[in-house]
Write a protein that binds this ligand. Structure first.
Ligand code: GSH
Length: 205
């Protein structure tokens, strides 16, 4: 896997998660900085690549990949030597999919609804994520066994879901800060060299 990945990036965005993953796998990539202020994500050129006009977006071997979870899972697959996804046929692959999809389908909307103070829905049973509290509980009891979402194996699911937990804690989302389980988890994943490289690169000069 030597072909360069083109990475449309803005550090003030979900693209940080993809950046961390790019560093984890060590694949060659080239950053194309996208300024939200200048509206570079809504130009005809960029919309031709990602009609949503959103980041992160990557292009690899002529194929566009959007959606943070998909990008992260794709990167794990194209660099199997990085060991960030259980192989097909490995039972842990089920848990791996579970947490990636949970991150995109349950945790993210629960988090956004909570942070944006949207009124709670009346029919929790009809809402995919149930309630914010249910989502946090599901994460917590899994990480209690830990140390990672897949037990002993750090995976791309931790890059994705862990990034979301980390972000949520920075903005004081309920139930995540000052909790020993989440504290230990965040300490462990943010201690990774790839995470630190991206964090250092994102510091204002
Ligand atoms: N579902 C997408 C969401 C991507 C997204 O909303 N990105 C934001 C930045 S965090 C964005 O590009 N916003 C610019 C805009 O929509 O104008 C994903 O998971 O990657």
């Amino acid at each position: 896997m030597t072909d360069e990945i083109v990475f449309y990036h803005n550090p003030q965005s979900r693209a940080q998660m993809a950046h961390w993953m790019l560093e984890e796998v060590g694949a060659p990539y080239r950053i194309v900085p996208i300024s939200f202020e200048k509206g570079e994500h809504k130009t005809p050129e960029f919309l031709a690549i990602n009609p949503m006009g959103k980041l992160p977006t990557i292009v690899h071997r002529g194929v566009v990949v959007t959606e943070t979870a998909a990008i992260i899972a794709y990167l794990a697959d194209i660099v199997p030597a990085a060991g960030l996804a259980p192989g097909i046929g490995d039972a842990r692959r089920g848990a791996y999919y579970r947490w990636l999809f949970f991150g995109a389908g349950c945790f993210e909307p629960a988090l956004l609804d909570t942070m944006l103070k949207r009124p709670p829905v009346e029919r929790k049973s009809a809402v995919g994520y149930g309630s914010y509290e249910d989502v946090i509980h599901a994460l917590k009891i899994t990480l209690e066994k830990g140390p990672y979402l897949l037990g002993d194996m750090f995976s791309a699911a931790d890059v994705y879901v862990g990034s979301q937990i980390n972000w949520a804690r920075m903005f004081d989302a309920p139930g995540l800060k000052g909790d020993p389980v989440f504290d230990a988890y965040i300490t462990a994943i943010t201690d990774r060299p790839a995470y630190k490289r991206v964090a250092a690169a994102s510091q204002p000069a």
